[in-house]
Design a protein around this ligand. Structure first.
Ligand code: A2P
Length: 266
């Protein structure tokens, strides 16, 4: 399994000065995994923040993603080079297919292009995001190359147990996007409120700690200095078995976001 920093910093919906400041703050706080995407339109800002941080490039794990409109062999190769130009980097540590867009049926060509990009040294590792059992099976069967990572929506209201089991079986690292369940009332859930009070932490810290304890790499995002710091402060307490069992009951079974089987995200 690919060894990753235990927590990452997400940059969805951040751009310009706000993005540069947040990423700088995250690196100063200690985050060493920064997650961007062509779709976020902030690779330039992320690259600049990393350069300005003064931390050597090889100490920061940088992820970017190929967007739907760039699926296809040549398109994906050019998209990766464009991302590197924007980031102003020679390589990224991890390149993901952002969404499978199965109706377009071009994720296999995209994946084969990424296998070559890795061989060429432009990317350290290749993986996918929002892939389902069938789309995962298909790329593995066709290419013989298993993704290092599948980054999926994952939080206490959507626990993705079946996907996590499949990932464990295949040796895929699970990254959790929306680990704070942004589109729900997760952070005011009474079960989390109670656990948080007993550990003298916030409900967000409980959600992140849960994610880490079940073996994921959560990628919280925030533009607030206090919350960037708070979200990184999840290594000085531990959830006990009772806490974990209580959180397991929160599963609601519905994605808060798009359904990767049908969504077309360009
Ligand atoms: P903000 O930038 O104002 O901190 P998700 O992980 O589900 O994508 O959620 C991200 C959202 O949660 C962001 O809008 C962010 O807003 C907010 N957020 C991030 N960290 C915390 C925290 N510790 N407590 C409450 N809200 C948070």
């Amino acid at each position: 399994m690919l060894a990753l920093p235990p927590i990452g910093f997400g940059t969805y919906l951040m751009r310009g000065e706000e993005c540069i400041t947040a990423v700088r703050q995250a690196i100063d706080t200690g985050y060493r995994l920064i997650d961007t995407a062509a779709l976020y339109d902030n690779e330039q800002d992320v690259g600049r923040a990393i350069r300005e941080s003064g931390i050597p490039r090889n100490e920061i794990f940088v992820t970017t993603k190929i967007r739907g409109r760039n699926h296809g062999f040549d398109e994906a190769q050019e998209a990766c080079r464009e991302s590197l130009r924007k980031l102003d980097m020679d390589y990224v540590d991890l390149l993901l297919i952002h969404w499978p867009n199965p109706q377009n049926d071009r994720y296999i060509d995209t994946w084969e292009a990424m296998v070559e990009l890795k061989e060429d040294g432009l990317v350290g590792n290749i993986g996918v995001s929002n892939f389902t059992p069938s789309t995962l099976d298909r790329i593995i069967e066709r290419s013989g190359v298993t993704p290092a990572v599948n980054q999926i929506e994952l939080h206490p209201y959507f626990q993705q147990e079946a996907m996590r089991e499949l990932h464990a079986k295949l040796g895929i690292t699970t990254q959790a996007w929306s680990p704070l369940g942004r589109k729900s009332d997760l952070l005011t859930d009474p079960v989390l409120v109670d656990i948080a009070a007993r550990h003298s932490v916030s409900t967000a810290q409980v959600a992140l700690r849960w994610s880490i304890q079940i073996g994921n790499v959560p990628i919280p995002k925030s533009t607030s200095v206090a919350r960037i710091v708070q979200n990184f402060d999840v290594f000085s307490f531990e959830l006990n078995e009772g806490d974990m069992v209580a959180i397991a009951t929160l599963q609601r079974g519905t994605l808060s976001s798009l359904d990767p089987e049908t969504a077309e995200v360009l």
